[in-house]
Ligand binder design. Structure first.
Ligand code: C2O
Length: 582
């Protein structure tokens, strides 16, 4: 094991796309930011130098941070934000995980441009992959491009203005030829391939608001990993990936040499009137020596979809795949249902704590009076878990410090209830439960909810989506622990018949669980990593509106199972504004 060191210079750079110059906050001048490439067992040191005007933290998404909650990078939960012109050094080990993770800013909206891959290779080299050794490995980061100032966009959304959207979707930072400036198409991401070779695509969804379908015309993928955990090889022509998730997939260049579109299509549930627009983008998979029309992909007409080229017969035009419908949520449901762990999963059988977490939207009064059911215009929408909308802590002391030093702050916080306040038919689209016709939202309360777990407790959570939620699926992400996905289903969870569906043999192990559109997901995890861990929806829109909670895992009985003191360079309060959106 070695020590891998990076310096991340966070600054604003000018970018010109779609005829407009934008100031984007990025790392080391690049978008996506630098990839961190390590071998399992390595230690990682990242010096973050904040030359941007934003308060910032960096989160190492999916890294377990064993006994190292201090490095988790969640502002006001695990650390004070890094102020403009301040530095902070993150130090962590990558142990017991192999595959693809990623890193991103964890202040509102900034992860749209502050993100990159975190690749963890096996100790014994690529020949020890539990699948045929690929000839090349390529990160594929799906994200979105924003011309709006991200901090300003976040601020507006927090104040109830919902119609905020990006200007384009991207693959590895390229907008693609579906976007143009005065008729001049943007650059496509190009994957140059050699016929007959195998590529390991390390796919990351870094977009703020949308789940994506990824397809390449004329090719299939074999999925071998998800969230840095190996899965049984699963061959498919479409990959579904939600914000926060990663998918490792093998791609064999075995088609007739030519050019093929690689299309990323946002998948959005119906009810378009409440959706912000999302954009399809495309890259090109290009075989070497395939630029002339003579080498064009003959005989693949059946793969040509509705997005077929406009330029007619030129043989140089890539073949387009046929994509799922933009409102197709079932393909994603099946994709996720088909993932199983490559190995036997050790599923703890004894359950110590059960939570039923209802994911929904609510409303809150702006002026402190009690809300009337029926939402006056004064009320702000909220996103909730069991009808509570998370209030981000402010002040001088992050929760982790307060917890570690027993200041008492955490002890008086409201507890996340272990069930919703009332039951109704959660997924009946015809019957919006809080009033017919216009959507009336349940008045919710806003609080910094926490939930304490004894060290080693086995926790089972049933996440239930509602029809109120614009029929979104919800990618639920837990910091510091992996979750075992026991089962998912459509409609309302019914213990009497659904518990029998739990996979106790080889369920997938993930850090982000996509709770299906109008459905539920059941997970278990062992609360054995002491600290203060964020648990939230990875749609930025839901996170910012409060679909989050904090899980506190108590110390174990020994030094080896207890949280050590903070690192020496930990930022302390120095009179600056810790507001996440100053
Ligand atoms: Cu990828 Cu709390 O985040």
């Amino acid at each position: 094991a070695v020590s891998v060191e990076h310096t991340f210079m966070v600054s604003q750079v000018k970018m010109t796309h779609l005829c407009k110059e934008t100031l984007a906050t990025v790392v080391n001048g690049q978008l996506p930011g630098p990839a961190i490439d390590v071998t399992e067992g390595d230690s990682v040191t990242v010096h973050v130098v904040n030359k941007s005007p934003h308060n910032i933290t960096i989160h190492w998404h999916g890294v377990k941070q064993w006994l190292n909650c201090w490095a988790d990078g969640v502002p006001m939960i695990t650390q004070l934000p890094i102020q403009p012109n301040q530095n902070f050094t993150y130090r962590f080990h990558v142990i017991g995980q192999e595959g693809t993770l990623w890193w991103h800013a964890h202040v509102p909206f900034l992860r749209a441009s502050v993100h990159g891959a975190l690749i963890i290779r096996p100790r014994n080299g690529a020949s020890s992959y539990p699948f045929p050794k690929p000839d090349r490995e390529v990160p594929i980061i799906i994200a979105d491009y924003w011309q709006l100032d991200l901090a300003q966009a976040a601020r507006r959304m927090m104040h109830g203005y919902m119609y905020i959207f990006s200007n384009a979707s991207t693959i590895n930072g390229k907008l693609g030829d579906l976007f143009n400036c005065s008729g001049v198409p943007e650059d496509n991401y190009v994957l140059d391939v050699v016929p007959g070779t195998t590529y390991l695509l390390r796919i990351i969804n870094a977009a703020l608001f949308a789940e994506f379908y990824l397809k390449i015309a004329g090719h299939k993928f074999t999925v071998v990993g998800a969230d840095a955990s190996y899965v049984s090889p699963y061959t498919t022509d479409v990959i579904a990936i939600a914000p926060g998730e990663t998918v490792d997939a093998l791609l064999v260049a075995d088609a007739p040499p030519g050019r093929y579109y690689m299309v990323a299509l946002p998948n959005q549930a119906p009810l378009p009137e409440t959706q912000t627009p999302q954009y399809t983008t495309r890259g090109i998979m290009q075989y070497s020596n395939s630029h002339s029309s003579a080498d064009g992909p003959a005989g693949l007409g059946s793969d040509r979809g509705a997005e077929e080229e406009e330029e007619g017969s030129s043989g140089d035009v890539p073949v387009a795949p046929e994509m799922p419908d933009i409102h197709d949520t079932i393909t994603s449901y099946y994709f996720h249902s088909n993932l199983t762990n490559l190995y036997h999963t050790v599923v703890p059988q004894r359950v110590d704590e059960r939570l039923f977490i209802l994911l929904s939207l609510g409303s809150i009064c702006q002026h402190g009076q009690s809300c009337k059911r029926g939402n006056s215009n004064e009320d702000l929408p909220t996103a909730t878990m069991n009808n509570v909308s998370f209030l981000n802590p402010t002040g001088k002391t992050p929760l982790l410090e307060a917890h570690y030093y027993h200041t008492g702050i955490v002890d008086v916080m409201q507890e996340l209830p272990d069930r919703p306040p009332r039951a109704f038919n959660f997924t009946d689209r015809a019957l919006i439960p809080f009033g017919p016709k216009e959507m009336r939202l349940e008045p919710s309360n806003k609080a910094t909810v926490v939930r304490r777990f004894r060290h080693g407790a086995v926790v089972e959570i049933l996440f239930q989506n509602t029809a109120v939620l614009q029929s979104d699926s919800n990618p639920m992400h837990l910091h510091g622990h992996n979750m075992i996905l026991l089962a998912q289903g459509l409609g309302n969870f019914d213990a009497a018949k659904d518990v029998a569906k739990y996979n106790l043999v080889n369920p997938p192990v993930k850090n982000t669980i996509l709770v299906p559109n109008l459905g539920w997901a059941a997970i278990r995890f062992v609360a054995n990593n002491p600290g203060v861990w964020f648990m939230h929806c990875h749609y930025e829109f839901h996170l910012i509106m409060g679909m989050a909670a904090v899980f506190i895992v108590e110390d174990g009985p020994t030094v080896d199972t207890s949280l050590p003191p903070p690192p020496a360079n930990f930022p302390t309060y120095c009179g600056h504004d810790n507001n996440l959106l100053p």
